[in-house]
Write a protein that binds this ligand. Structure first.
Ligand SMILES: [Zn+2]
Ligand SMILES: [Zn+2]
Length: 309
């Protein structure tokens, strides 16, 4: 997971749930993958947090919205207006419930009757099953249904595996010409001077492992989405309550620290980070301790924290 040149890193912009607190912001995270910047949820104050943690507005071309509760979308219109003020030209892609378009376009229409300087392209999510929602040469993004009061999706971001490297000792040993090297990296075999076939597996080594991150907020504990986060390097899972409010978590379709950790354990992820804390907790230690008792490699998140994947 380390020592790789291109960053795969997560910056936390907001960590709290529905009610405002004096020092925490509602859910928003920016995932930087090989030069792409993906904004995940956009709670109130997201643009202020982006300024604070030096994430350029113009770098954001894709925004993923888990669901249409206010603490995950109140920041959108502010960010969209700022982009307009800055004269944005690039398309902005929004992945969300289809109803978001109704909500946002009414506000945009009211504020900018003559229209804005750029195009917003809406991509409706599927709340019934996992779906590939974005793909380019290096990255794939999937959405998958969670279990909340209203339709909600989690997201999984995967780096595509890179081609393996040729082993320098084998290049020397078999005198592999330059013209054959790319083909071998792509899985081709090599025939040496004596006419023997050398399988590509003997000639290459795979130093690079594809990195992955999954985001789960908001949701009640449910085993239905465990396969969608299986084996990721880093999992963010909401943990609104500690065990003292287990019942409240059930009723409000939220998770406890223990729930988040159980998902992490069953899905065999590398590391778990938790957030979306209820405003009733001044101190998040109990939530973290509940989680760590089940899944040791858990951290609770803070605004401004950066996780390298
Ligand atoms: Zn929420
Ligand atoms: Zn919610």
């Amino acid at each position: 997971m380390s020592g790789q040149a291109m960053p795969f890193q997560l910056t936390i912009l907001g960590t709290s749930s529905a009610l405002p607190t004096s020092n925490r912001y509602p859910t928003a995270q920016v995932l930087q993958v090989l030069g792409r910047f993906f904004l995940i949820d956009c709670g109130e104050g997201t643009q202020t947090q982006m300024r604070k943690y030096k994430i350029g507005f113009s770098k954001i071309n894709h925004i993923f919205i888990s669901h249409l509760h206010g603490d995950h979308i109140f920041g959108l219109i502010g960010l969209i207006s700022t982009m307009e003020l800055l004269g944005r030209k690039n398309d902005l892609h929004l992945y969300s419930h289809s109803e978001l378009q109704k909500y946002l376009s009414a506000q945009i229409q009211f504020l900018y009757p003559e229209g804005i300087t750029y195009k917003i392209i809406y991509h409706p999510l599927n709340f019934k099953k996992e779906q590939k929602i974005y793909e380019d040469q290096k990255v794939t993004v999937f959405s998958f249904p969670l279990v909340h009061r209203i339709p909600t999706c989690g997201f999984r971001f995967e780096e595509k595996p890179a081609l393996p490297n040729l082993r320098p000792d084998k290049i020397d040993e078999y005198q592999i010409p330059i013209r054959d090297r790319q083909r071998i990296k792509e899985g081709g075999d090599f025939i040496n001077k004596e006419g023997n076939l050398i399988p590509h597996t003997e000639l290459t080594e795979n130093k690079h492992t594809a990195r992955s991150f999954a985001f789960c907020s908001d949701t009640r504990y449910d085993e239905s989405y465990i396969d969608s986060v299986r084996g990721v390097d880093l999992l963010y899972h909401e943990a609104t309550f500690a065990n003292d409010n287990k019942d409240l978590a059930q009723i409000t379709y939220h998770s406890t620290g223990e729930n988040a950790a159980t998902v992490a354990l069953k899905a065999e992820v590398g590391k778990l980070i938790i957030g979306h804390f209820s405003a009733r907790y001044n101190d998040h230690t109990p939530i973290l301790e509940d989680a760590q008792s089940i899944f040791r490699n858990t951290e609770s998140i803070l605004e401004g924290q950066v996780f390298q994947i």
